[in-house]
Design a protein around this ligand. Sequence first.
Ligand code: LLP
Length: 414
Amino acid sequence: MKLTPTPQGLAVEGVPLADIAARFGTPCYVYSEAELVSTYEGYRDAFAGHDPLICYAVKANSNLSVLQTFAKLGAGCDIVSAGELARALAAGVPAERIVFSGVAKTADEMRMALQAGIHCFNVESEAELHRLNAVAAELDLRAPISLRVNPDVDANTHPYISTGLKDNKFGIDHQDAPRIFGVAAGLPHLRVIGIDCHIGSQLTGLSPFVDALDRLLELVDQLGAGGIVLEHIDMGGGLGIRYTDEVPPAVADYAAAILARLAGRSLRLVLEPGRSLVGNAGLLLTRIEYLKPGESKHFAIVDAGMNDLMRPALYQAYHDIVAVRQGTAAAQEYDVVGPVCESSDFLGKSRRLAVEAGDLLAVLSAGAYGMTMSSNYNTRPRAAEVMVGGDGVRLIRKRETLDELLANERALLK
Ligand code: LLP
């Protein structure tokens, strides 16, 4: 996301962050429409001529306006729940461009997705195959399926977001895949169309993707020889992004590596990128409530907490934090912490900032897994979301109110 200096401090696409804070309050997620468009076009252009199905992973950022931005560009969606299905459809994503991932799909979720007519169910276990077959039978339909195979490659990422190793709960074992594909092919209400994998997120090297693809292609050939001919191969999530000094591969190199291996095959490629489409298109805008000097540490206590952006607390993730306006205060090292009553409630540690109480900070690279992982912990209303784009600044999700937070509860005593 390009931030430019202006007399009123940093601006997104010419709009000062200070104006956004004054208009919509803080904490507030701010997204750049131009950046969303350009990351999507980056994937589309890198694979141009190969007609891949790019299914944006809704879990990264599920705001309807974000989904609409991608839908207008022709994207599909990768969903993991009935809720995400409802969002994708509400945003105008055609059902035939939706793939449904997840280890615990309920019969109701399967029914909804079958009735909508989605492109494919990414099935994760043998038990799920039988449930899906039964639900499709009830509706007198055939469910298009892919099997998620666990290629057992190490993605070299944080253990909490690594998913392609043998002892993860995801997917089916590589060894067992031919047998389970056979089971699927024998079920009358399923139609086997693909194979998929997802080895982890925030991958900053190409080789895990390539290793996974090679393993899947071996299976494709083995299955083909046995009469199970697949139409597509789904490589799961996309590239990692730069939070600080990571150097993720260029999307063109990623595309070249994949396309070289698919040359001469009639397999359609499906991709499910999330983070790389939205991560650097968003920031979290927050205001410093207090500065609290200490003996060994100074704290900048801000109005956004781990309930707004959970990644630092959960994964020790690093997000750059910058002062929106260059003030006259002396630079100091601060732990930037939130209002939540937990010691893990920090947004950044040991950050050099020249700030005063009341100043605004921008927590960068917060467009992916920021708002979607937020909660109401400490009964804090979830933040507002704002999109800056061709139509100016639009509120795309209003801040929750306290009434809304209490609305679903009933007091036992009257
Ligand atoms: N497809 C599947 C089946 C997935 O499980 C995921 C992410 C994606 C696609 C998208 O992957 P991406 O392109 O974003 O790497 N909350 C964590 C990330 C969890 C990712 C879970 N699965 C974080 O904040 O880093």
